[in-house]
Design a binder for this molecule. Structure first.
Ligand SMILES: NC(=O)c1ccc[n+]([C@@H]2O[C@H](COP(=O)([O-])OP(=O)(O)OC[C@H]3O[C@@H](n4cnc5c(N)ncnc54)[C@H](OP(=O)(O)O)[C@@H]3O)[C@@H](O)[C@H]2O)c1
Length: 257
């Protein structure tokens, strides 16, 4: 049992691999984990944007490296995990990489788009979780996974069927891996509501959709990415040492009614 205080939230000496770290919520999580003391391996496809995340962390006194990869590519993910280990064994995996190119009636959805969304949001996250789980197992270590799901992983969101299906499946994967990998690896999901990133630019630019959404959010606004990132630090840290298989919703009250 440790002393009361903020030390249990510290990630000093930990290594965290964050997918989707080139912008938006993943970038904010990478920066926040580094501020809490973790060395960060930043993974996404855009090398220039990853370099910017690394620079942000380093200029604040943290340690980070860029590990460019596409989460849909097994070989690239393996190379990225190997590269991340230059920082030390990876203790924390944040699965943030995601995509949502479809907004419309499910009857107009083509199967290629459905499969693309699931291959990034679900299979990509599983690929990284499995790589992480194998490596932690091989070294007989411990670790924590934070899967960035969505409020769309706990409630339905009209016109976003493949995205919501991928995030509900991610929640199922989270709960199952939590049971399977306990007690060595804790696995939790973080479920943001609507956040101001490139991801939601389309809905924010459409006045009527935007107003309708704000009517559904008790806090009457979208979140800043930083407002989501603190919960990832908590779930990755020893402050959450008895928390596994949980879905931590950060949504301004959206799913509360
Ligand atoms: N914004 C919201 O309102 C909201 C709400 C709930 C949940 N979320 C979830 O939060 C996560 C991040 O969303 P965001 O809003 O920050 O979106 P974003 O700004 O579009 O960022 C998405 C991130 O995922 C990376 N990515 C996409 N496809 C990838 C692939 N195939 N391989 C590797 N990286 C890939 C992108 O980097 P590259 O393009 O450089 O690869 C980028 O870093 C997603 O999982 C999303 O579902 C978002």
């Amino acid at each position: 049992m440790s002393e009361p205080g903020l030390d249990r939230f510290s990630l000093d000496g930990r290594v965290a691999l964050v997918t989707g770290a080139s912008r938006g919520i993943g970038e904010a999580i990478a920066v926040e984990l580094a501020a809490a003391g973790a060395s960060v391996a930043a993974l996404a496809r855009s090398e220039d944007d990853l370099d910017a995340t690394v620079e942000r962390i380093e200029s604040a006194g943290g340690e980070a490296i860029a590990c460019p990869a596409d989460v849909t590519d097994e070989e690239e993910v393996t190379v990225a995990f190997d590269a991340a280990e230059a920082l030390g064994p990876v203790d924390v995996l944040v699965n943030d990489a995601g995509t949502n190119p479809f907004f419309g009636d499910a009857r107009d959805l083509d199967i290629e788009t459905w499969e693309r969304i699931l291959s990034v949001n679900l299979t990509g996250a599983f690929r990284c979780a499995a790589a992480f789980g194998r490596r932690v197992g091989e070294r007989e270590g411990t670790g924590a996974v934070v899967n960035v799901a969505s409020v769309g992983g706990v409630v339905g969101l009209p016109y976003q069927t493949p995205y919501v299906a991928s995030k509900h499946a991610m929640v199922g994967m989270t709960r199952t891996l939590a049971v399977e990998w306990a007690p060595e690896i804790r696995v939790n999901a973080l479920a943001p509501g609507y956040v101001e990133t490139a991801f939601t630019a389309g809905v924010r630019e459409n006045d009527s959709i935007y107003e309708d959404l704000l009517d559904e959010i008790p806090q009457d606004r979208f979140a800043d990415p930083e407002e989501v990132a603190g919960a990832a630090v908590y779930l990755a840290s020893d402050a959450a040492s008895y928390t596994t298989g949980e879905v931590h919703v950060v949504d301004g009250g959206y799913a509360a009614h």
